[in-house]
Design a protein around this ligand. Structure first.
Ligand code: PMP
Length: 413
């Protein structure tokens, strides 16, 4: 491979300076944080937004007429507009704030799913799915007597599209797949998946948890019916996210949870529900974090997602090359199109042991099944070691991980 240490087109040091948490030692060694697929670190701008809200204008939204309530409401609704642009939804009303991807998918299964899935209907998932895009569908399938079908995964970790075509039929009601796999990094051909599903008359739910920080998201271009993301995977706070849904679908859906804010009028005889998106945002939402979600998206826009993705790709190529050369390493997931996730196993050394030994060197990786047990079973393994890269990681950090892995292999032989 040609010069892998090519200079990035963005100033990594300047970016690193914006992340206070990175500047610490862990177990006496400089922290190398490679657990970004689990959650990304937060830039100072996101932290400042949280502090500013609690210090300056903490108030409940939508209902108040006093100054702080109006300021908080304005910031919350501005965030909706920013997220709308981030995923290129046609309207802000099509963006519902949630706790994250998990809640977004559960919202769809509990409302659209319960209303539209009937006995004998088929739901197509993929073998790459996170548990949060499996279990909610199992719940509704069990309740309704529907059948779950699974798109098989090929040896390189990509989806078997020929099998997908064969699974589709007029019984298919839903296709639910991720845009990018959290365990392997595989980027799925979601545009094609959506087109084929629509030809069969099915609706499509995309789990965008791993895509949002790395890939362009254009829900109109994709023509997906629903798209779920989590703020914390894209440099934002935990406990918030967004669900996109097409207006005509959201308007026809029954409410998700009952309570304040989701109603127009309540009486003991008859309650009328609010318009979208408020119909799906019962109760006091996670105001501070929703507002800080905007700052996270602005951080990404400022760096430029393409420049970030290009740099992350360099990190991935370099790490793949170096880790792949270590004795007895088996890379899991080698699809041509990947986000910056490197999963691997080393012979019969337990991933947990590798994770612990790397932690002793300040290198934070994730080990285990990554909430994708069916995928691990498919590869005949219990779990992997997963290093997932973000824009603030460096080649030197990868060198440190590789050095650690080489020592582990030597030590464990
Ligand atoms: N889907 C994928 C692909 C994920 O990686 C994750 C988070 N690991 C989720 C769904 C769930 O996201 P959250 O925990 O933020 O709801």
């Amino acid at each position: 491979m040609a010069d892998l240490k090519t200079a990035p087109s963005i100033d990594i040091q300047k970016i690193r300076d914006q992340f206070p948490v990175l500047h610490q030692k862990v177990n006496g060694k400089p922290l190398a944080y490679f657990d970004n697929a689990a959650t990304t670190q937060k830039p100072q701008s996101v932290i400042n937004t949280l502090v500013d809200y609690y210090q300056g204008y903490n108030a409940n939204i939508h209902r108040g007429i006093h100054t702080l309530a109006e300021k908080a409401t304005k910031a919350y609704e501005e965030s909706r507009k920013v997220i709308q642009r981030f995923i290129n939804a046609a309207e802000g009303e099509e963006v519902i704030f949630t706790k994250g991807t998990t809640e977004g998918i559960n919202l769809v299964t509990a409302t659209y799913g319960r209303q539209n899935i009937h006995k004998g209907d088929e739901i197509i998932l993929s073998g790459l799915e996170h548990h949060s895009n499996i279990v909610p569908w199992q719940i509704v399938a069990e309740e309704k007597g529907a059948i779950i079908k699974v798109i098989p995964v090929l040896e390189d970790g990509s989806l078997d599209m020929a099998s997908y075509r064969n699974l589709l039929s007029d019984r298919t009601k839903i296709v639910a797949v991720n845009h990018a796999s959290n365990s392997l990094g595989t980027v799925n051909p979601v545009k094609e998946i959506i087109e084929l599903a629509h030809l069969a008359g099915a609706r499509v739910v995309i789990d965008g948890a791993q895509a949002s920080a790395h890939l362009d998201i254009d829900v109109q271009e994709l023509d997906c019916d629903f798209y779920a993301i989590s703020a914390h995977k894209v440099y934002g706070p935990t406990g918030t996210g967004a669900l996109y849904g097409k207006r005509e679908l959201l308007e026809a859906m029954p409410p998700y949870q009952g309570g304040g804010e989701m109603i127009k009028n309540v009486s003991f005889e008859k309650t009328t529900y609010n318009d979208i998106p408020h119909r799906f945002e019962a109760g006091t939402p996670n105001i501070a974090d929703v507002i800080a979600f905007k700052s996270a998206v602005e951080f990404v826009s400022k760096q430029g997602k393409h420049a970030m993705a290009a740099y992350e790709h360099e990190l991935l190529s370099y790490a793949t090359e170096r880790v792949g050369k270590i004795q007895d390493v088996r890379l899991i997931g080698t699809a041509r199109e990947k986000v910056s996730v490197l999963s691997f196993v080393i012979n019969d050394i337990h991933p947990f042991d590798i994770g612990q030994m790397l932690d002793a060197r300040g290198v934070a990786v994730r080990t285990g099944h990554h909430c994708t047990e069916p995928l691990m079973n498919h590869f005949g393994i219990e779990g992997t070691v997963r290093a997932s890269f973000a824009v603030y990681n460096t080649m030197e950090e990868i060198d440190s991980m590789v050095e650690g892995l080489e020592r582990i292999v030597k030590f464990m032989k």
